[in-house]
Write a protein that binds this ligand. Structure first.
Ligand code: C2E
Ligand code: CA
Ligand code: CA
Ligand code: CA
Length: 278
């Protein structure tokens, strides 16, 4: 059973019982995985249009389990959110990504990516003292705050409260904020009035059919206009073809990310491919 279904309406059934057991096992194994170094980070370029030249990079976590093999973050991040392990895992992610960025800058200077994005989940953002965790990671790694982009989802900041306060506290450190999967939430435009955002990551669903005349292209156009009008930076996510990249550029997008430009890869492959190819 997929870990993402049925969590909110749990009735007794043997199948759901299995699912609860599976999540518990995954939680125990994550704990072990954290202690034994089974997690690692991969890095995907964010490029300029139309050049395709890498400008930024997004960090994404991977779990290489000794028996299960590769476990997708789409499966284990929700479990880690529920059992609270995301707090420790998230701290490791932040430090690892920042340390990697600082190392690239030292080694490659102007050829290194200019900024790095780190994903932060709703639970991390709601955790008291999260901004201090970020400040500690910056201090421990020597990461320049203005080169760090913290990616939060619309759902994490929806409803205001502690999450929006956390975003404000992070911004006060000089760190930039990106709204991830932009356009897929319940109040995408409304959030822009209250959350101090720097970067809009326009969701892949608007990019997928952008080359076909129709509603996706209209929405992609509207989103770049909103972004430009507010003085924000837009990144088109999930660009898989040259045609999509060309159309996005025509619509005014200056930044893009996706398999067409480069898949997420681990060090040292990232250094070998993305950095030296520039
Ligand atoms: P996301 O932050 O929206 O990340 C983008 C996802 O799309 C990544 O999947 C990436 O590998 C994938 N992707 C990039 N370009 C393309 C493309 O052209 N086509 C397609 N089909 N996919 C593309 P991934 O790495 O499996 O991560 C899935 C989600 O898990 C992320 O979505 C994010 O919500 C979460 N996640 C991943 N890493 C982290 C992390 O370090 N911390 C937290 N809190 N969440 C993470
Ligand atoms: Ca992201
Ligand atoms: Ca995204
Ligand atoms: Ca996503």
């Amino acid at each position: 059973a997929k870990a993402s279904t049925g969590r909110h309406h749990r009735r007794y059934s043997p199948e759901l019982d299995d699912q609860a057991g599976e999540e518990a096992r995954l939680g125990v194994e994550m704990r072990m995985g954290l202690d034994t170094g089974q997690f690692r980070m991969v890095y995907q370029p964010i490029v300029g249009l139309p050049t395709g030249r890498m400008l930024y990079v997004e960090s994404l976590v991977r779990w290489q389990h000794p028996e299960r093999g590769f476990v997708s973050p789409a499966d284990f991040i929700p479990v880690a959110e529920q059992n609270g392990l995301i707090v420790e895992l998230g701290e490791w992610i932040l430090r690892t990504a920042c340390a990697q960025f600082v190392a690239w800058t030292a080694e490659h200077g102007a050829d290194a990516p200019l900024r790095i994005s780190v994903n932060v989940s709703a639970r991390q953002l709601a955790e008291p003292g999260f901004a201090e965790v970020v400040a500690d990671a910056l201090a421990a790694t020597g990461m320049p705050p203005e080169d760090l982009i913290v990616e939060v989802t619309e759902t994490a900041v929806f409803g205001g409260g502690v999450a929006v306060q956390a975003v404000q506290d992070i911004k006060a450190l000089g760190v930039r904020i990106a709204l991830d999967d932009f356009g897929t939430g319940h109040s995408s435009l409304g959030l822009l009035q209250t959350v101090p955002v720097d970067v809009l990551k326009v969701d892949k669903s608007f990019v997928d059919n952008v080359t076909m005349a129709g509603r996706h292209a209209v929405i992609a156009t509207a989103l770049i206009q909103v972004s430009n009008g507010l003085g924000l930076t837009a990144v088109a996510e999930g660009v898989e073809t040259a045609e999509q990249a060309a159309e996005l550029h025509r619509l005014g997008y200056q930044l893009a990310q996706g398999y067409h430009f480069g898949r997420p890869v681990a060090e040292p492959d990232f250094r070998g491919a993305a950095l030296t190819a520039r």
